[in-house]
Ligand binder design. Structure first.
Ligand SMILES: *Cc1c(COP(=O)(O)O)cnc(C)c1O
Length: 463
């Protein structure tokens, strides 16, 4: 099995070790307890090739997290590379205030068309958290433009994740990211998560969805005069540990928002771009939000790009001579031409290669192979939505995520469990053989982790 890596640590003379040492000295790594860098040195990646990452010692790792959920068509895809080369030689970037350019125009047009023009206006940003900031600001400002400036509060879901700038963090409910900065954050209204794992005896996923939506409806009934918007991650709350819910929830939330005059913000930063099985997750519920945030996969996982799409009526509310009524969010690299070009090449691939249909076969194989191989005494809540598959360990033990991550490296897999949740989120290019390697490697990693125990006390957060 050529994909199985040696589990012995690289010797001090290898090139991996050199990069690891230099990185430790000067690079401040995200989502990492620096004290653990000795035990879990960062993988020095030299190249990417399809679904694979190759380190400086020549070891290969299947990118089973799609590089933090951004990569759609593998690394160094020839079509995206060619589009970027051409754009690089023509126009890498120009400011979008007072100027415009083909990639920004074409991308906005094509995304609008994908919503049947329901969301016909596109505002560009550079990362997920700022797309969330923009949606929150736009919602508040849209209400203020109609004389309702008392509507300045937001409703977020328990376990929700929307990014980590201060504005995005205030609607994020993941303790490990939020708690340290809580004194800096505004209050938020938290509504129950529709996570299907929260089913009570006799309840199915739809019943959980109805119960969670009823609670949200009551909250809006009581507070709507002070609430601008509800923000949700449609279908999968990824950072909460791939918490999945029934589309019925989104239909009911849409109806409740309409009933009480509150905007709906769909944060599709992780679940958009086909990840949930449809291009936009909201399509599976047959609804459109008032604001839809995209980032991560939209550039194919190449370049930082985010955007917020909204409806005609909301856009029209900002059309005015008075500058105080126009939307203000100025960002130097907004609508970056290279990033928009990468996104257009990504949309081309969706059209040319029948991606959503072919992903159905990929998902089915992943689920089938896991069903066959997973020991129910060890794992529970095996679940899937599109190209996201996850299960939870019943008895993870201390530092499970870290131990699993390290053991997976030895199997030639790049995986980072969230707490006790193991998830498989590969790029949309994995073939049958790669899927089998992924599942077999995951099962072998579980075996390896079950026989090793870390002496340490607390569990660490690896997202
Ligand atoms: C990753 C993520 C964000 C934040 O995006 P960044 O580009 O990391 O700032 C926001 N919302 C969701 C649902 C995400 O998964």
């Amino acid at each position: 099995m050529p994909f199985v890596n040696s589990s012995s640590p690289p010797s001090a003379s290898t090139r991996n070790a050199d990069w690891q040492q230099r990185s430790r000295r000067h690079v401040w790594h995200p989502c990492t307890q620096s004290i653990r860098l000795e035990a879990v040195p960062p993988l020095p990646i030299a190249r990417g090739e399809g679904a694979w990452l190759i380190d400086h010692d020549g070891r290969r790792y299947l990118d089973a997290t799609s590089s933090w959920w951004v990569n759609l068509f593998g690394h160094a895809h020839p079509a995206i590379n060619a589009a970027l080369h051409a754009q690089l030689d023509t126009l890498p970037h120009v400011m979008l205030a007072g100027c415009t350019h083909a990639p920004a125009v074409e991308l906005a047009e094509r995304l609008a068309a994908l919503t049947g023009d329901a969301l016909g206006h596109c505002f560009y940003a550079s990362d997920g958290a700022s797309a969330v900031e923009i949606a929150l600001k736009m919602s508040f400002h849209a209400w203020r433009n109609t004389g309702r400036d008392g509507k300045r509060g937001f409703v977020a879901l328990r376990g929700g994740y929307h990014g980590e700038t201060l504005g995005a963090l205030h609607v994020t409910d993941v303790a490990v990211f939020r708690d340290a900065y809580a004194p800096l954050l505004r209050d938020v209204h938290l509504a129950p998560s529709p996570d299907a794992r929260g089913a009570q005896p006799g309840e199915d996923a739809q019943a959980v969805a109805r119960r969670a939506a009823d609670a949200l409806d009551s909250l809006l009934a009581a507070q709507h005069e002070r609430i601008a918007a509800v923000i949700v991650e449609p279908l999968v709350q990824c950072a909460a540990g791939m918490a999945m819910h029934d589309p019925e929830y989104l239909r009911r939330v849409r109806a409740a928002c309409d009933r009480h005059g509150v905007h709906l913000i769909a944060d599709e930063i992780a679940v958009g771009c086909g990840r949930s099985g449809s291009f936009f997750a909201c399509e599976q519920a047959g609804i459109w939000p008032d604001f839809l945030c995209l980032s991560k996969g939209i550039s194919g996982g190449y370049l930082p790009l985010a955007l917020v799409m909204t409806r005609e009526a909301i856009y029209q509310g900002f059309v005015d001579d008075d500058v105080a009524r126009s939307f203000l969010h100025s960002h130097s690299y907004t609508g970056n031409a290279l990033a928009c070009r990468a996104a257009l090449a990504t949309l081309d691939l969706f059209e040319r290669e029948d991606v959503l249909n072919r992903n159905r076969a990929r998902s089915a194989r992943i689920l089938q192979r896991l069903r066959e191989g997973l020991d129910p005494a060890r794992a529970e809540h095996l679940r899937q939505r599109g190209m996201i598959t996850a299960f939870d360990l019943r008895a993870p033990g201390p530092r499970f995520a870290e131990r699993f991550h390290l053991a997976a490296r030895a199997q030639g897999l790049l995986m980072r469990p969230i707490g006790s949740t193991v998830y498989l989120m590969p790029p949309y290019v994995v073939g049958d053989a790669e899927i089998d390697q992924l599942v077999d490697g995951t099962l072998a990693t579980l075996d390896a982790v079950a026989t090793t125990r870390a002496p340490e006390d607390r569990d660490v957060a690896l997202a």
